[in-house]
Write a protein that binds this ligand. Structure first.
Ligand code: MG
Length: 257
């Protein structure tokens, strides 16, 4: 069996640890996953969350600081541009790019001009997300060429997800972030779990690490909205409920009561 003390467990948040819900501000972590992570935290080499969300949102929605077991965990937010580690309490946060500020100022009118004011704008600080879940399904697909043109015009990179598109600076993706974490932690084994297109670079990095001899397990939290990860996954689970059960099994193996 893999030694938990040599294992890096790296997890996406939305759609993996937390169910996708209408209001992203209430996408709380699955209680079963939280319970499993509290058991796994003390025995793993490292537990890291790699998420598109800002760090402060995931700290709140993950309830990580409300109980024991997670005092060494790390959260890499906004694909790794931000970082919080529980042990030091330090948050590393880069400055907001001017292009993001310019876009934020321009977007409400731009959406109005494109008859798309139903789209919800989320200002993430380092990126702007456009959400259509529950308010304008399909509209992002229709407007995709115009959004691509807008992103190119303001000099931002497009990050599509499940009923969301983000515009952010190029340069940090989950693959680069996973590589950096692995370089720092030097694990003997890596487990990575995710559900969406933004996790694809991390899966590709996992495959590259495996080719270098690392013991890598890639876990897909599957949904009927996204199938890009399925073919690359070693383990396919039916969404956050199944992820919670799987993490519970991992905790039984790694940290038996
Ligand atoms: Mg996700």
């Amino acid at each position: 069996m893999t030694d938990p003390g040599r294992t890096l467990l790296a997890l996406d948040f939305d759609g993996t640890l937390a169910p996708i819900v209408q209001d992203p501000a209430s996408a709380w972590i699955h209680p079963g996953s939280l319970a499993a992570l509290r058991r796994l935290g003390p025995v793993l080499r490292e537990l890291t969350i790699i998420t598109g969300r800002p760090v402060d949102q995931v700290r709140r929605l993950g309830r990580f600081e409300d109980g024991p077991g997670l005092d060494r965990m790390v959260v890499c937010g906004q694909y790794g541009a931000e970082r919080w580690d529980a042990a030091s309490g330090e948050v590393r946060q880069p400055h907001r790019p001017q292009a993001v500020s310019d876009l934020a100022a321009r977007l409400p009118q731009w959406l109005e001009e494109h008859d798309a004011s139903r789209i919800r704008i989320e200002d993430k600080g380092l990126a702007i997300a456009l959400h259509t879940r529950g308010v304008a399904p399909g509209l992002l697909d229709e407007l995709r060429p115009q959004i691509e043109a807008l992103a190119a015009e303001v000099g931002l990179h497009l990050e599509p997800g499940r009923q969301v598109i983000e515009l952010r600076s190029a340069g940090t993706d989950k693959g680069q972030t996973l590589r950096r974490v692995v370089g720092r932690v030097e694990p003997g084994a890596v487990i990575y779990a995710g559900d969406d297109l933004g996790d694809l670079p991390a899966f590709e990095e996992g495959i590259a690490l495996r080719e270098q001899g690392m013991d890598v397990t890639l876990v897909c939290s599957a949904s009927d909205e996204q199938d890009a990860l399925l073919a690359l996954a070693d383990v396919v689970l039916d969404g956050p409920d199944a992820v919670a059960a799987w993490l519970g099994d991992l905790a039984d193996r790694f940290a038996p009561a």
